[in-house]
Design a protein around this ligand. Structure first.
Ligand SMILES: C[S@@+](CC[C@H](N)C(=O)[O-])C[C@H]1O[C@@H](n2cnc3c(N)ncnc32)[C@H](O)[C@@H]1O
Length: 292
């Protein structure tokens, strides 16, 4: 069976939604976040539009949801972030599960959801998503034959503070992921810290306790290979969970110096998910080339 997202429909969703200040807490982000919003917003749009007639329930999970709005440092404009973009698409998900650790961001997100999206089925979970994963799983509605469910999970941490066990637990069943991998911003910058035998961050991120042994080549460690090593090991770990073998990574670079910052990596167990992601990448690249 071939399922195609209807790319030519007239109501193509604009994943960059500027809003007025509303007096609630609004964190400041850099302008390259807009490319992230384009990618995740467009993916949600294509996903629900393409899957609405094939699945009874479509669930959006945002493990690092933020405050709902974000202010661009470079121009002071305010935009909806990942969570509220996912709630603004023409064909909404049937349920939203939004997680946020920071008290101020959580309160602002809750207020915005209550004010503007009370018509949608949304559950907010406060706290560390690496710890709260059983609460997230409990929030996913029951499903069975005749009442099927397909979830999409956006994972957007600032750093490598994401335990592989979190992804492993969620990825046991069917679940597509878009994961921000802070390989340049965090891994490269903190290389020396992570190399320290006592530091457990990379072991937890990869879910590989002896990663240092795998990284060493003939007793030597090459800093220049760190990002590639992490990306490859992550991919291997996802393949073990039955995700597609090929890598689908969208690189985000800084606007002023064009330096690599992070990747938005897509994982699906189904070739159709991958097909949607490739379409989204094409759409985002076309939009970006029109802007410059
Ligand atoms: C990069 S921001 C992403 C926000 C949002 N996804 C967006 O589109 O702008 C990361 C968010 O995750 C929150 N956060 C950091 N660590 C967390 C954790 N362990 N569990 C849940 N939220 C966390 C931060 O407070 C911040 O709001």
């Amino acid at each position: 069976m071939i399922i195609k997202a209807n790319e030519n429909r007239m109501d193509k969703f604009n994943p960059q939604i500027e809003v007025e200040p509303d007096g609630l807490f609004t964190p400041v982000v850099r302008e390259w976040s807009l490319e992230k919003y384009k990618l995740v917003g467009s993916y949600c749009d294509i996903f629900t539009n393409g899957m609405k007639n094939k699945w009874d329930q479509l669930v959006y999970i945002d493990l690092f949801a933020g405050a709902g709005y974000a202010k661009i440092k470079e121009n002071g404009k305010i935009f909806k972030n990942s969570a509220l973009l996912a709630m603004s698409i023409p064909t909404p998900f049937t349920k939203y599960i939004l997680c946020e650790q920071d008290e101020e961001r959580f309160e602002a997100l809750s207020e915005r959801v209550k004010r503007d999206y009370s018509h949608l089925n949304c559950e907010l979970i406060k706290g560390d998503s690496n710890v709260n994963i059983s609460k997230v799983i409990k929030a996913i509605p029951p499903f069975r034959k005749g009442n099927t469910l397909l979830p999409f999970c956006f994972v957007d941490p600032y750093s490598l503070n994401l335990n592989f066990t979190t992804i492993q637990t969620l990825g046991k069943n069917l679940m597509d992921f878009l994961i921000l991998q802070a390989l340049h911003m965090d891994a490269n910058r903190n290389f020396d810290t992570y190399l320290n035998e006592e530091n457990t961050r990379i072991a937890e991120y990869l879910g590989i306790a002896n990663w240092r042994e795998l990284f060493e080549k003939d007793g030597v460690i090459y800093r220049k290979d760190f990002v590639k090593f992490l990306a490859e090991q992550y991919q291997e770990q996802m393949i073990k969970l039955n995700y597609q073998e090929e890598k689908y990574m969208h690189q985000i670079r800084s606007n002023e110096k064009n330096l690599p910052l992070y990747y938005l990596s897509f994982y699906s167990k189904d070739p159709r998910g991958v097909d949607f992601f490739k379409k989204v990448q094409k759409r985002v690249k076309a939009q970006l080339s029109m802007e410059f």
